[in-house]
Design a binder for this molecule. Sequence first.
Ligand code: ZN
Length: 327
Amino acid sequence: MSRKENRIYDTVDIMSAPVDNELIQDLGDHVFAIDTLMGGYTGITSSYLIASDKPALIETGSALCAPVVIQALEHLGISRSDLATIVVTHIHLDHAGGVGDIAKAFPNAEIVVHERGARHLADPTKLVASAYRVFGDRMDTFFGPLLASDPARIKALGARDRIDLGAGRHLESFHNPGHASHHVALVDSITGDLYTGDAAGVYVPETSSIRPATPPPDFDFDLAINSIEAMKAVRPKRLLFSHFGPVDDVDIIFGQSIEQLNYWVEWVTDAHLNGLDLDHAVLLAQEKDRANNSEFFANRAVADKFEELSSTEAQVQGIWRWLETKS
Ligand SMILES: [Zn+2]
């Protein structure tokens, strides 16, 4: 495998990548961000640990990243019997692919996921087949297989729910579909942090840009906008993006999330109405995107890294599919 610019480890090297302070960021109030080194890149996919009385891991990263996350949890003093909860915002494999491996390593942890995702963690066959259709052979180099979890350890979240963190602290969860039907947002009762998953798009810290997160199979524009409004309504103090990192400028970033969604849906809708095929719609979106987001594209290495995480083609396909199913 060729080593790409900005990629610090080949995917095959991740198992032996040392977890040092550069991969762990102390965000205060016992919250730690863990860079999962997805695809060998730093700065694209994060897990978070709330090291409270009942320690909770939020997002696992992909299965290939599980060794990094397990090592980071050990580094942070979480023993094999300590971890109480593994919660994922949704079951896409860059967020939940490591659930099986991490649950195996931390046998007391309860696995928490929205009720629409629960059965797929118990039996990932369909989820993995669908990921192969979207990602092809990148599944083996970027994501890895999702191991099945014991259904007895899975707690399914309803529309609104609560995850106990001990000592009076908890995470409030609420269903926020749009990016995916099985997506939840999580709010920390002590810090006011909101774990956005992919519901506010992808945040690029290097350029402070928001990128779309509109992949198939169940992106829904109206639900996605409603979900951003619902997240705004809880007045979070800080946003913790799974891609990537903490953001304090909550209002500005939510504004960008809505703006980018509107742009992308407008571009793809225009292409669709004008009778373009999907390939030409992708080209059109690329052209508009470059014209609109020159700052993001000026940083070539970062643009390439995020394109690999979240390709233009996949975003256009998701919107295209939504247009076809609603018409
Ligand atoms: Zn996702």
